[in-house]
Design a protein around this ligand. Structure first.
Ligand code: AMP
Ligand code: ZN
Length: 502
């Protein structure tokens, strides 16, 4: 497996520190408001990478922090006249709920910064002792010049950084590039006791402390959006590397930004869509399928049209599988055919699909290629199904392919976290709000008095069959028209009739 490492700027073979296990740290949200779909893209990309590592047999310890102490949270709390812990709690809960709705797996550990202050203080004390940090009037700063490789991750040179830096008014810093590890308490801000008096941590130190606590000083993967490379990850790396000689993250993975009209989606620009709002109208699987069609490191330009297309693709996949399952069930029912084809092997292009999928994913998690393999399988299923409805006798050999396709598509999409809704019966053909209309149609035309969608559809099919046999065209047409109003139609095939989406 090859992964692109921001630190070395190339794809490298992935070798975990402990065989069969991966320590994975991903920077979590600052909980001062609801996340937008840009944030969601980053969390979704790494959810898929985690899932794939697990599929490959690694036991992944996935740590995602919650930044619940920060200027933005404090500002918001002050604006609303609330306590900052209350604001943080509200948006932590909202974040967890929306990640769950998106199908992002729970992290193994989800530490909150405010519960980890002791480990941060310990780390800062060590950095002061080793001469990498200094205290000034209750603040503690990291001395950037004390770490010769500062800038290596983001490819920046300290002298360039310095000349580019704004004139720093804070004269207490020895160097304008130095950054805060600890900030002395200001009135109205949350604070904790420390060897330097009351105060709160700077942003970067929390990730160094939490990754060390939950994954050890050296671990495998550190991830986040590429806007975090500088200064956040550069500073984390400096702090951690100066705290321990054991190394830090082996691989730095960064996700590309979600843009809208080619501009980065961000709260400050105001060009954002909240994930929770988008999920009110769109299935989470469609958003996932859409995002996975772009490589995680590339920028991804969002548009509602693209999301609509992805929804249509998702429905096409589901309908192909539903139709395949239906054809396979018919085939199983025709015992003779089934016996004759039981020993047939699937064709090689179908049997190799999984290998091609894995080859893409092994190449720095190329989900776009992996999804394309799934789409190819779906096209093949549709081609076979079209053949199936044309000729019933000579089709037998293709059942082996159809069967493998139906299983493989579901499994491979599951690896990517896309859970399909195929349904064992045809209940899913009918939207919940259309159920009463379906039941009254079945009551009127098929004397059905139950409450189950699948039974009602069956009853309507039988009623239409009966009407046709009796040449009662008015009734047969009434069934057809009634179903059309529900977005459904009857398809007649050489193997019998069934109801599908119109
Ligand atoms: P924040 O809460 O701002 O620290 O952001 C949480 C995560 O979302 C970080 O990993 C960011 O890199 C990521 N992020 C922020 N904006 C975007 C965007 N437009 N596209 C993709 N990821 C983003
Ligand atoms: Zn972080």
């Amino acid at each position: 497996m090859k992964v692109y490492n921001t630190l070395t700027r190339r794809k490298e073979d992935f070798v975990s520190l402990r065989p069969g296990a991966v320590g994975f740290y991903i920077c979590g949200p600052t909980v001062y408001n609801d996340i937008h779909i840009g944030n969601a893209r980053t969390f979704l990309s790494f959810d898929v990478i985690r899932r794939y590592l697990e599929y490959r047999g690694y036991e992944v310890t996935y740590v995602q922090n919650i930044t619940d102490v920060d200027d933005k949270i404090i500002n918001r709390a002050n604006e609303e006249g609330r306590d900052s812990s209350e604001v943080a709690e509200q948006y932590t809960e909202a974040f967890i709920a929306v990640m769950d709705a998106l199908g992002v797996k729970e992290p193994s550990v989800r530490p909150r910064a405010t519960a980890e202050i002791a480990s941060m203080i310990e780390l800062i004390e060590g950095l002061i002792q080793s001469g990498n940090a200094y205290e000034v009037e209750g603040d503690v700063y990291f001395s950037v010049r004390s770490f010769p490789s500062y800038g290596a991750l983001s490819g920046r040179n300290v002298d360039d950084l310095k000349s580019g830096a704004r004139v720093d008014v804070d004269e207490r810093k020895r160097d304008p590039l130095d950054f805060a590890l600890w900030k002395a308490a200001k009135p109205g801000e949350p604070s904790w006791p420390s060897p330097w008096g009351l105060g709160r941590p700077g942003w970067h130190i929390e990730c160094s402390a939490m990754s060390k606590r939950y994954l050890g000083t050296a671990f495998d993967i550190h991830a986040g959006g590429d806007d975090l490379v500088f200064p956040h990850h550069e500073n984390e790396l400096a702090q951690s590397a100066c705290s321990s000689k054991d190394g830090f993250a082996s691989y730095w993975l960064h996700g590309g930004m979600l843009t809208i009209d080619k501009e980065k989606m961000s709260k400050s620009e105001g060009n954002f869509l909240l994930l929770k709002d988008v999920l009110e109208h769109v299935r989470p699987e469609a958003l996932r399928l859409l995002m996975l069609q772009t490589h995680y490191r590339s920028p991804f330009d969002y548009s509602p049209e693209r999301l609509e297309e992805a929804t249509a693709s998702l429905e096409r996949i589901e309908s192909a599988l539903r139709n395949s399952n239906w054809a396979l069930a018919q085939h199983a029912g025709a015992g003779e055919h089934a016996k004759a084809t039981a020993s047939l092997a699937p064709s090689s292009s179908v049997a190799d699909a999984r290998k091609r999928f894995e080859a893409y994913m092994d190449d720095d998690f190329n989900t776009a290629g992996a999804v394309a393999v799934v789409f190819e399988l779906v096209s093949e299923a549709n081609r076979l199904l079209a053949e199936y409805s044309q000729k019933s006798e000579t089709f037998s050999e293709s059942f082996a392919d159809l069967e493998v396709i139906a299983q493989t598509v579901v499994e491979l999409l599951m690896v990517l976290g896309v859970k399909l809704e195929i349904g064992a019966d045809c209940t899913e053909l009918v939207a919940t709000d259309a159920l009463p209309a379906l039941l009254s149609l079945a009551a009127e035309l098929a004397h059905y008095s139950g409450s189950k969608a699948a039974e009602a559809l069956d009853a309507l099919l039988s009623a239409r069959e009966e009407a046709r046999v009796n040449k009662d065209w008015t009734r047969a047409d009434a069934v057809r028209d009634g179903l059309a109003k529900l977005g459904l139609k009857i398809e007649d095939t050489p193997h019998g009739s069934r109801i599908i989406h119109a």
